[in-house]
Design a protein around this ligand. Sequence first.
Ligand SMILES: Nc1ncnc2c1ncn2[C@@H]1O[C@H](COP(=O)(O)OP(=O)(O)OP(=O)(O)O)[C@@H](O)[C@H]1O
Length: 314
Amino acid sequence: MATVEMKNILKRYGTELALDYVDLEIAEGEILGLLGPNGAGKTTLIHALAGVIGIDSGEIEMFGKEQRKHLLEIKRRIGLVTQEITVFTDLTARENLEFFGGIYGLKGSELKQRVDDTLAVVGLTDHQKKLPSAYSGGMQRRLNIACAMVHRPKLLILDEPTVGIDPQSRSHIIDTIRELNRQGTTIVYTTHYMEEIQAIASRVVIMDEGHVIADGTVAELIERIQHEEVIRLGVSDPGEELAEAIRKIDSVKKVTIENSTVHIISTAGSATLDRVLAAAREFGTIHAIDTEKPSLEDVFLTLTGKRLRDKGEE
Ligand SMILES: Nc1ncnc2c1ncn2[C@@H]1O[C@H](COP(=O)(O)OP(=O)(O)OP(=O)(O)O)[C@@H](O)[C@H]1O
């Protein structure tokens, strides 16, 4: 049985179409990585999944039950980690966890045990008596996650849980997600960090403009563009004219410029490289050439025409 079945989900904000007839199935035990450029509809999708916003039309089934008819019961079985940190600033970490555990009906020794276990999993046992204001950004994010998992949800939904934090906290969060999954929690997770998806996702869904545009394992998605290659040229002062000249080569699929590097996705083969170099020489001096097999980032670029990190996060 699928943990989640979403069919024909439509959601508008005024005239803005945030989800455009989306279908999505999530199997029990998956770590589903949800990728997409800003505004793709990822947050809207997971908020619909968590039942915190309504949808205009479509069907959502979770744990084999219709979401709208069994919302309370379903909510008890899920945890939502929002982009914003939503903990009580005037309660210590432990008190926050006791509060959230209490909401889910935990009490007495069971509550104490769950709070102890959760603090240990997120690595905050030694800091449990401190107020969140005494924490680093990464520790606050870990506490935020802890509050959503203290009741041991069957499905944990995380919206960019690692934005703007130190590498140590980030790897701690990744380890926490992996450990929860190992213990049987299904995970849905949005991020702008491709390497995190490559590290932990058992399946990737790429969204753009309210649509699911790709769905598969990392290996399957890369396989889709395996006949392509990536050429990176270091060129002095590259401009739009250079990009346009390279775009005219018929085997070239995408050209983007970042600082002094021209990033080209093309059909593999030496003929393309020769033609790209000839075109580039007309507009500048080439000081570096590099070709490689495509990565998940290139799949994303090929499909959406956009780079992932357009938030200036890193
Ligand atoms: N409360 C809202 N009111 C109006 N429009 C909204 C609202 N929430 C989202 N939108 C719009 O719906 C679309 C999808 O937004 P959403 O936040 O789901 O995208 P996202 O993929 O999560 O983006 P990001 O990566 O920036 O978080 C966007 O065009 C956004 O402007």
